[in-house]
Design a protein around this ligand. Structure first.
Ligand code: FAD
Length: 493
């Protein structure tokens, strides 16, 4: 018999850890406080619309495929995966936009029209980005980040230089390109990483490779299909998933986790994996003497932004939006300063619109558009109802102005989601949406550790530990923790 493993949280990290641990022969139960599984990637239905609540960009399809393959599956067992073409649109102003083609040859042609000589530069840039992707996503991300020795392999050390760890992506992009629009387009994927491009290591141009070489995909039925696929795999592997179970406390005995407390019941565990927000687990569920980090440490961490989101049902088709549309028609740098430096509500934000109904008839009633509007904002702001209404009106005005289409009078449903909801729904520290920023001093062994240093059967997974935020990294995080448990406890079975 394997170990009895309890997992807190049913996001990508928790489900990936559960499936992998169960495959290794352990007896696994996932405890989720919410009524639905999926964490930040939950879905809800209203008025005939089906809204994905969090992630909408399906990038790095091989990460998903590799995960499914380990269980004898392939993505097509669970959903139809379509490559979007064009991948997305970027608006710089009224009647001023760029559609990013799905074919690399067309991308080279496009950039050449924006800046003379850019195609040659882009080939060079993406060649380096490919190397970074191969080393970063195939080797570095699978390291548990517990010791610097993991990176002492001479080939990996050499890679650290080629990976451009010590230059910022902002400087790296500017070495190759001059046109401000092209620079903004290339800096866009970095926004996923939660820090200003000037503070993000150039290693993360691997995101540009993921974007332009590997493409933007969509699982028919919505991103929640990935969660459903992972749930099916978990169930096949014998995992039990219990929803509406809020873990209230981690109990210890003889310097080990002995049990977790749920609804006044104690559930004994040999091993605990906490995939809920790390700060919540340590500061609220664990006795102070067993915590890895102090409140002061957490306060000193740079968090990725929070988001103000609107899920909107529109009784009209909107011709001038694509599946993914970025509104970069305002001052990019000013908005970044408001997120990361002054930490105030943005005066005139850039924002993102996802309209999955462009690709998928199942997410909106006939003749309607399903919209997800997202503004990245500083963490820990007070998201009063008037503030939400202000931004909702502002975004609709901007969409109407830029796309030249009436939207407001056709809105039949809307719901907002911001800081307060991240705190109450996911116990998200400071209402963060994407976890910790990927800055140099929050990379690899400098991230919050995946294991507790006092209790050797307590592990962490998810977007606040290695390898970091985003769907592919969270999914990998669950697999990394399962491999670490196998290494430490597997042979004792
Ligand atoms: C709006 C938004 C858009 C995003 N867009 C993208 C995108 O397009 N592409 C991309 O790759 N990534 C995207 N991301 C990031 C990605 O969604 C996350 O990194 C990922 O979902 C995090 O997964 P996780 O398992 O670490 O955490 P979570 O999904 O937060 O899972 C943790 C779970 O723990 C549960 N929990 C918390 N406390 C307790 C408790 N005490 N007891 C029991 N359960 C508890 C929570 O309810 C939650 O279900 C986006 C995120 C957001 C918020």
């Amino acid at each position: 018999m394997g170990k009895k493993i309890s997992i807190i949280g049913s996001g990508f990290a928790g489900l990936a850890a559960a499936a992998s641990c169960a495959k290794n022969g352990h007896d696994v139960t996932v405890y989720e406080k919410n009524h639905h599984i999926g964490g930040r990637a939950r879905q809800f239905k209203a008025e005939g619309f089906v809204f994905d609540m969090g992630p909408s960009w399906y990038w790095m399809p091989e990460v998903f495929e590799d995960f499914y393959n380990q269980f004898g599956h392939t993505a097509s067992d669970f959903y139809q995966l379509d490559r979007l073409s064009p991948s997305y649109r970027v608006y710089f102003g009224k009647d001023d936009f760029v559609d990013i083609p799905s074919s690399l040859d067309e991308i080279y042609q496009l950039v050449e029209t924006i800046e003379k000589g850019a195609a040659v530069q882009l080939r060079k840039f993406l060649k380096e980005a490919e190397y970074k992707y191969n080393v970063g996503m195939k080797e570095f991300v699978f390291k548990p980040g517990l010791s610097v020795l993991e990176f002492m392999d001479i080939r990996l050390m050499m890679s650290a230089f080629r990976l451009n760890m010590f230059q910022s992506i902002s400087a790296h992009i500017r070495q190759h390109f001059k046109n401000p629009k092209l620079i903004q387009i290339l800096e866009f994927p970095v926004l996923f990483l939660g820090a200003k491009p000037s503070e993000t290591p150039a290693m993360y141009s691997l995101m540009n490779y993921a974007d332009w070489n590997l493409g933007t995909w969509y699982p028919q039925g919505g991103m929640y299909k990935i969660i459903e696929a992972m749930e099916s795999i978990c169930l096949e592997q014998g995992v039990r998933i219990e929803t509406d179970t809020n873990v209230k406390q981690i109990l210890t005995k003889n310097k080990l986790v002995s049990a977790i407390s749920i609804n006044q019941k104690e559930i004994e565990s040999d091993i605990l994996i906490a995939s809920a927000d790390y700060h919540h687990v340590e500061q609220h569920l664990l006795e102070e003497k067993y915590r890895n980090y102090t409140e002061k440490y957490w306060d000193s961490r740079q968090l990725s932004p929070s988001c103000m989101i609107f899920y909107v049902g529109v009784k009209k088709r909107l011709a001038n939006l694509l599946h993914h549309t970025l509104f970069f028609d305002t001052d990019f740098d000013k908005h970044l300063t408001e997120i990361y430096d002054t930490k105030v509500w943005p005066s005139n934000p850039l924002f993102y619109v996802c309209a999955p109904s462009k690709t998928d008839d199942s997410v909106a009633p006939e003749g309607c558009e399903n919209l997800f509007l997202l503004i990245p904002v500083a963490v820990d702001l007070d998201d009063k109802e008037e503030t939400r209404q202000h931004y909702f009106d502002l975004l609709l005005d901007r969409i109407e102005h830029i796309t030249g289409e009436n939207v407001k009078e056709h809105v039949v449903y809307h719901r907002s989601f911001a800081h307060h909801d991240y705190k109450t729904d996911y116990n998200g520290y400071k209402g963060n949406a994407f976890g910790l920023a990927n800055t140099l001093n929050q990379t690899a062994i400098l991230k919050p550790s995946l294991r507790n240093k006092h209790l050797k059967n307590l592990f962490f997974a998810g977007q606040l530990t290695t390898p970091g935020p985003g769907v592919p990294p969270s999914l990998i995080s669950g697999q990394v923790v399962a491999a670490q448990i196998e290494k430490e406890f597997g042979h004792k079975r």
